[in-house]
Write a protein that binds this ligand. Structure first.
Ligand code: CU
Length: 265
């Protein structure tokens, strides 16, 4: 009998507690996971513009994210037009780099890609220039966020046989393995100092070899254009060690240039 009463009281307490929660709903918490690195932020046209990245920004292809919130209310802004432009100020001149414009995401975190062809150094400093049209407030403003670019050997700027400067970028394979690996490159060119469009109609002939051992590998697949200047192929590493990936880039029947990247694993 005692047990029954205790059980009944417990049930009553649980029911009341349950009802209390139901009648007083807590607003849903959006568990927003932001990328690891906050690059910087700026207030423009009534918006807070925050720049994030998964890793330190470096020479090569970078995935970057821009978060737009109403600077007063903190709510996510997506009724906007946003243009981004990487700018490097050097002692003698200013130039940009290859960049894909962000697609404004309803979730508030809009990704875009950029290739940085040189690191931050005494010779030059990078910043991201935003042109933001906040349609809810009918305001447009321009502003810049400075950032640092670390050096790598993943991007080569080479003058082709046609006199144009090309930018070939190897996207590092995350975990290279013995056997067939997916491999990807981006190809851009310098139209002007401020315009670096994708090259979508080139041919890339890729030859991997191990210079220290004097052999290559069979069954590689040349990278072909897959959209937005990205070329995707397959590379066969038959053993671990230092591999050289030589890329000959052609336009029609003309050989534009040849360059190579080193992969060690
Ligand atoms: Cu520069």
């Amino acid at each position: 009998m005692k047990y029954a009463i205790i059980s009944f009281l417990l049930l009553l307490v649980l029911t009341v507690a349950g009802c209390k929660e139901d009648s007083n709903p807590v607003p849903p918490v959006i568990n927003e996971v932001l990328p690891a690195i906050k690059v910087g932020e700026i207030f423009l046209a009534g918006a807070k513009v925050s720049l994030y990245a998964d890793d330190s920004l470096r020479v090569g292809y970078n995935k970057i994210y821009v978060k737009l919130t109403d600077s007063a209310k903190g709510s996510i802004l997506n009724d906007v037009e946003l243009h981004v432009l990487p700018v490097m100020h050097m002692t003698t001149h200013t130039h940009s780099s290859p960049v894909q414009q962000p697609e404004i995401c309803q979730c508030g975190l809009s990704p875009f890609g950029a290739v940085f062809q040189m690191p931050t150094s005494d010779a030059g400093e990078w910043s991201m220039r935003f042109t933001l049209n906040n349609k809810t407030q009918n305001r447009t403003e321009v502003g810049s966020v400075p950032f640092t670019v670390l050096n790598t050997s993943d991007t080569k700027v080479i003058t082709g046989s046609d006199g144009t400067a090309y930018v070939l970028t190897y996207v590092p394979i995350k975990t290279p393995k013995v056997g067939i690996n997916d491999i990807s490159f981006y190809l851009h060119k310098r139209e002007t100092m401020m315009e670096w469009p994708s090259v979508t109609n080139a041919e890339i002939f890729m030859t991997p070899d191990m210079p220290s051992m004097g052999h290559g590998s069979p069954n590689n697949v040349n990278p072909v254009h897959a959209g937005l200047g990205e070329y995707k192929g397959k590379v066969n590493f038959t053993m671990t060690g230092e591999w050289r990936i030589t890329c000959q880039v052609n336009s029609g029947t003309d050989s534009l240039f040849t360059t190579s990247f080193t992969i060690n694993f």
